[in-house]
Design a protein around this ligand. Structure first.
Ligand SMILES: [Zn+2]
Ligand SMILES: [Zn+2]
Length: 168
């Protein structure tokens, strides 16, 4: 279990990485006593700790983060009713996925995927590398073909809200 830099590390985790980084720097021949003092004054150890954790030189010991993904099903293509879009997205287990309109899509409705955002769904259905487009600027035209039902919108909103409370 390791956190991304955006998610941040707990103080306990950072302190552990700082000790490890400072000890390595102390023992490294290329760092003079003077350099070592300057680094201490500049609080470089915190930067070292972050990079140690990012590079896996020190294990992250933070507790697991709250769940950051929603279980959704992506149904389509070839839907009976395509007026809303070629692909339908529901929360996994939503009662509507058992409706007759999806009767030819058993595999889709029974196969949940973990998604963290609407964008991840769009990139899953239409991978930018396969469809040769730039997701930064052209995602919207692909998103138009994917209809998110309220159950899916709610599930993704819950993931977003959980993500805002990760700092500890
Ligand atoms: Zn950590
Ligand atoms: Zn639904």
């Amino acid at each position: 279990m390791s956190r991304t830099p955006e998610e941040g590390h707990t103080k306990a985790c950072l302190a552990r990485a700082m000790v490890s980084a400072v000890q390595n720097m102390r023992d490294a021949d290329y760092l003079t006593d003077h350099d070592f003092r300057i680094a201490a004054q500049n609080n470089d150890a915190l930067v070292w700790a972050d990079s140690y954790l990012a590079d896996g030189l020190c294990d992250c010991v933070c507790p697991p983060l709250p769940k950051r993904t929603a279980q959704l099903v992506v149904i389509g293509p070839n839907l009976l009713d395509q007026s809303k879009g070629g692909m339908h997205v529901h929360a996994y287990g939503c009662a509507d996925t058992h409706k007759a309109e999806y009767r030819f899509h058993d595999i889709d409705t029974s196969t949940p995927y973990d998604f963290g955002s609407e964008r991840e769904v769009v990139e899953f259905v239409y991978p930018p590398s396969d469809f040769d487009y730039d997701p930064e600027t052209e995602l919207a035209s692909y998103a138009d073909d994917i209809y998110f039902y309220p159950c899916a919108v709610t599930a993704l909103a819950a993931v977003r809200n959980a993500g805002q409370r990760v700092k500890s």
